[in-house]
Design a protein around this ligand. Structure first.
Ligand code: NAD
Ligand code: GLY
Length: 396
């Protein structure tokens, strides 16, 4: 499969190229920049540099390359300064292009560097993890972490092109593949019941024939959501729906210490948490399924309504428990946690949530589920319900 999807954002529109191997396409695009007299620099991390050395060489030839350490700790101001110094040393001018070739860490760091170097230069994403292919390489959120919280400093800066070569996943460690599956499961839950059902029927692996189509489907959903609400300004639904599981997940990453949980693992626990919180709220409540489905559909083109809507309180409780069980089964089938691995302090988790970027007027916003494929945002959730949910997951 060799094809292209366009993210339509007016003058910031860009193509996402898909294929098993895009070496020739990237090499040609780099050669075109050279013909235009534009400088290229590449950012990657040490694992990608080691495991994908031949691919990087074939794509970028002798272009200057900065190799960082690996993992979440690289998303820091210290590393940002290193990247900016690297761009200075290699004299990238305003026509220059920075290529982020790596996972979400490299994409977020590289994108932020590109957004601030000379007040903004072009950048490309060449994602090498499943998580980056289905989520972080698309949509233009860039940034680094602060002690005060995850991704708190950053910029919206859309890439100029994304090259998704699924063959690069061959060297990805299984734990990292599983972490990426948390975001894939998220897409099914937030707006595509058919995708979720497919994952229930047949768990996805790196060798699944279905993988390229699933990666493309996730990008289609993300592109539609970003096109509708690029800067996450919608009062309800919109881009915030992509944060399903993330309000809990980011709090876990912070309270446990960055790197203790992979981002995708924390999101997995967050998805289970969102399902549990939704059940505590009585979702799906009689008559609310249609509204929630419409919300998701408006934000994510092609989403489908879920299939577990309750018609009375008892029916809703059973349906809520059923959604929790289904979410936990799919997570387990993909090697992902649904509870905290070790107890974390409730106070630290709640404090981290209070600093979440989605907090508005002091109230955290949560993405809740009516059923797999039907989600909506809520800002009116009583904190004791959230605390009870944390306790169910193993917080104390
Ligand atoms: P990552 O970038 O740390 O990559 C995971 C690990 O895999 C690293 O050790 C890396 O060196 C290694 N690796 C990458 N590609 C490889 C390959 N092909 N072969 C062998 N090893 C390889 O982590 P990630 O899971 O890709 O991304 C997580 C980050 O993405 C988090 O910081 C998260 O906040 C961010 N994120 C951003 C967005 C966004 O919209 N910007 C969305 C979701 C997540
Ligand atoms: N991953 C969340 C977003 O891109 O909005």
């Amino acid at each position: 499969m060799n094809d292209t999807l366009t993210v339509r954002l007016g003058e910031r529109s860009y193509p996402i190229h898909f294929g098993a191997d895009l070496t020739a396409r990237v090499r040609e695009a780099v050669a075109q920049l050279a013909r235009e007299g534009r400088r290229v620099a590449v950012l990657t991390d040490r694992n990608v540099a080691a495991r994908q050395a031949a691919a990087l060489k074939a794509m970028f030839g002798g272009a200057p390359m900065l190799v960082t350490g690996a993992g979440e700790s690289v998303k820091s101001f210290a590393e940002l300064e290193r990247v900016l110094d690297f761009l200075a040393e290699n004299r990238l001018d305003r026509a220059g292009v920075l290529v982020a070739a790596g996972g979400g860490v490299i994409g977020d760091l590289g994108g932020f560097a590109a957004s601030s170097w000379l007040r903004g230069i072009d950048f490309w994403q060449v994602p090498t993890t499943l998580l980056a292919m289905v989520d972080s390489s698309v949509g233009g959120k860039t940034g680094v972490n602060l002690k005060a919280g995850k991704n708190l400093a950053g910029a919206f800066h859309q890439p100029r092109a994304v090259f998704i070569a699924t063959g690069l996943l061959a060297t990805l460690p299984p734990r990292e593949f599983a972490a990426g599956m948390a975001e894939v499961i998220k897409y099914g839950l937030l707006g595509d019941a058919a995708l979720f059902a497919q994952l229930e029927r047949e768990p996805l692996t790196v060798t699944s024939p279905a993988l390229p189509a699933v990666v493309r489907r996730c990008c289609e959903i993300k592109a539609a959501v970003v096109e509708a609400d690029e800067r996450e300004l919608a009062r309800e639904g919109g881009r915030a729906l992509l944060n399903l599981g993330h309000t809990f997940g980011h709090a876990i990453e912070q309270a446990a210490g960055y790197g203790e949980y992979l981002h995708g693992e924390a999101v997995a626990v967050g998805l289970a948490a969102a399902a549990r919180l939704s059940a505590r709220l009585g979702l799906p409540a009689a008559g609310t399924c249609a509204a929630a489905s419409a919300d998701a559909a408006a934000a994510a083109a092609g989403s489908s309504a879920g299939d577990a809507c309750g018609t009375d309180a008892a029916g809703a409780a059973a349906a809520g428990a059923d959604v929790v069980a289904r979410v936990e089964r799919v997570l387990a089938a993909h090697g992902l946690p649904a509870r905290l691995r070790a107890a974390l302090p409730l106070e630290a988790l709640m404090a981290a949530m209070a600093r979440d970027k989605k907090v508005r007027a002091g109230a955290p916003r949560f993405v809740v589920l009516s059923s797999p494929g039907a989600s909506s945002t809520r800002a009116d959730i009583a904190l004791p319900l959230v605390e009870s949910t944390w306790r169910e997951l193993g917080a104390e």
